[in-house]
Write a protein that binds this ligand. Structure first.
Ligand SMILES: [Zn+2]
Length: 530
């Protein structure tokens, strides 16, 4: 992968400074190792004994000799491709000999001076807040807790998180992993800006995987997986309380059906809001307190005055809301079109992508993804596109029109997409739980990679419908599982088995009737890692 594309000269300078700063005296054992290495003509291709430094799925090839900087340098490292915030563990014990406390221009990095006399450098550590590419993650999302210059670290110890800082911003997140040997003098010194003291990490990484020498055999025990289940409004309030940030807007939906709540998620994302399902009888004290706490001053009522009437408005006003707008329509399709138009009216925002749904369970599976991408959901029929949706697609002309789930025919997806002048996309063809796995995978790829996972079940929509927007606001994905099957459903189980290690904690949204205690316990076990 191309790294250091934009600032090769600066980076070379920094490395030169680092090399100059190396401790002069090496422990005797290390001296023996490096002496042996120097004796080998191809010392830079030798294998050293390390623990593989990234937990979880990775891909990597031998890019040590690859050209960088337009051929002015060779790469002299291995790029270990991985997801943002995957854990980085010390390949070798030693002490942290370089750990800047502000983000350098080449991104966050750590160096560990190993007890084998070699120096191991870890570059492009994470610099983003979860679920974003905002470059505002700060040191706490680059280094593991307690990691700072000068402290000892053990082999396999968690030291940081994979990211894309520095000039990896333009590439996929990866760990640029270097091994420096001060005693090495690679003979290919005629290359300009060539560092003669670097070992090709590829063979050592290869050997580590052959030995099954991976980190994470002894992860700290994950926190217990809490369950949130307090009815439609109560669950939304409880989930909202879990986040600290204020919100300007409350998007109020009736508790009578899942569709308005699903449509509300992306609108909440654009309007800096939360989704709150409210019964006809109005807001209870807990809901009013939560609206006051987050400081919301705007409210949307999504639905008719019959479902959301005067008592609801009065409750909002008493909680401090000053501006109330209503969006209502004669059908869910027209309602979805109206919400998309309202989103488009936000300054600085325009609809780039829409999701087409006809089955609300499928749509629930993409609710966090849609909210994260601020992509409106439009309701269509399986075999036709309602006029209101056709017209909004023609007016907004999004770049991507994605049909969700198996129920929408290809002809319908094509018709909707052609109204926008694009080719249709498709997400999920095998039912809601598979759609959810696909959506969660895409959500992680789209940046929803916080170390918290939300888990809900379509068997309890009145509670689960608040989870999507809340998950998206927290930078976390939402996985929909079949909570009454002992395994949670085969595809969801497979996903959690393969990806659970990414998450420090999970939140189960829904009662034990919709997600059994057994499934909850299984999720907790999976978070313990492979
Ligand atoms: Zn690299």
């Amino acid at each position: 992968m191309p790294a250091f594309r934009s600032a090769p000269a600066l980076f070379a300078f920094v490395l030169a400074v680092l090399l100059a700063a190396l401790p002069a005296g090496m422990p005797p054992a290390a001296a023996a190792v490096t002496e042996a290495a120097a004796a080998s003509r191809y010392g830079y291709e030798r294998t050293v004994k390390i623990t593989f430094p990234v937990a979880g799925p990775t891909s990597w090839t031998d890019t040590y000799h690859a050209d960088r900087g337009g051929g002015s340098r060779v790469h002299q490292a291995t790029d270990i491709m991985a997801g943002k915030l995957q854990r980085i563990h010390a390949a070798r014990g030693g002490y942290v000999c370089y750990a800047p406390t502000t983000q350098p221009s080449y991104g966050w990095m750590l160096s560990v001076c190993g007890n084998d006399g070699l120096r191991y450098s870890y570059l492009h550590l994470n610099n983003d807040r979860p679920g974003t590419d905002d470059g505002r993650g700060g040191i706490g999302r680059a280094y593991a807790p307690g990691i700072r210059q000068g402290i000892p670290v053990a082999r396999g110890q968690l030291i940081g998180y994979v990211g894309d800082s520095g000039n990896a911003e333009s590439t996929a997140p990866h760990l640029h992993f270097e091994i420096h040997d001060p005693a090495l003098n690679d003979p290919r010194i005629d290359r300009p800006r060539y560092d003669p003291q670097r070992i090709n990490p590829y063979w050592s990484l290869h050997a580590a995987t052959s030995r099954d020498d991976f980190p994470g055999r002894a992860y700290p025990k994950p926190k217990p997986v809490p369950r949130v289940s307090e009815g439609a409004t109560g669950t939304a309030v409880a989930l909202s309380r879990r986040r600290a940030a204020p919100a300007r807007t409350v998007v109020v939906v009736p508790t009578r059906g899942p569709r308005p709540a699903l449509l509300a998620g992306p609108l909440a994302a654009v309007s800096d809001g939360i989704v709150l399902p409210v019964p006809r009888s109005g807001l209870d004290a807990a809901a009013r307190d939560e609206i006051s706490r987050i400081g919301a001053v705007n409210a949307y009522l999504i639905g008719t005055p019959t479902n959301l009437g005067k008592t609801v408005r009065d409750g909002l006003r008493s909680a401090g809301v000053r501006n109330i707008a209503r969006i209502t329509a004669g059908s869910y399709a027209a309602l979805s079109a109206g919400i998309a138009r309202e989103m488009e009216s936000y300054p600085g925002y325009s609809v780039r992508r829409v999701y087409l749904g006809s089955n609300w369970v499928d749509m629930q599976a993409v609710s966090a993804l849609a909210a994260h991408r601020a992509a409106p959901i439009l309701f269509v029929y399986p075999r036709s596109v309602p006029p209101s949706v056709d017209s909004v697609l023609g007016d907004l002309r999004p770049d991507a029109v994605v049909a969700v789930g198996p129920s929408i025919t290809d002809a319908t997806a094509r018709a909707a997409a052609s109204a926008a002048g694009v080719e249709p996309g498709r997400l999920g063809r095998e039912g809601p739980y598979v759609t959810s796995v696909v959506a969660t995978r895409r959500a992680v790829r789209a940046g929803l990679s916080a170390r918290r996972l939300y888990v809900a079940s379509a068997r309890s929509w009145s509670e689960a419908m608040a989870a999507g927007p809340v998950a998206a606001r927290n930078g976390a994905p939402l996985l929909l599982i079949d909570g009454r099957k002992p395994s949670g459903g085969r595809r969801a189980r497979e996903w959690i088995t393969a990806n659970g290690y990414r998450y420090d904690r999970a939140v189960i949204v829904g009662s034990a009737r919709s997600i059994t205690d057994e499934v909850q316990a299984r999720v907790a076990r999976r978070l313990a890692g492979p």
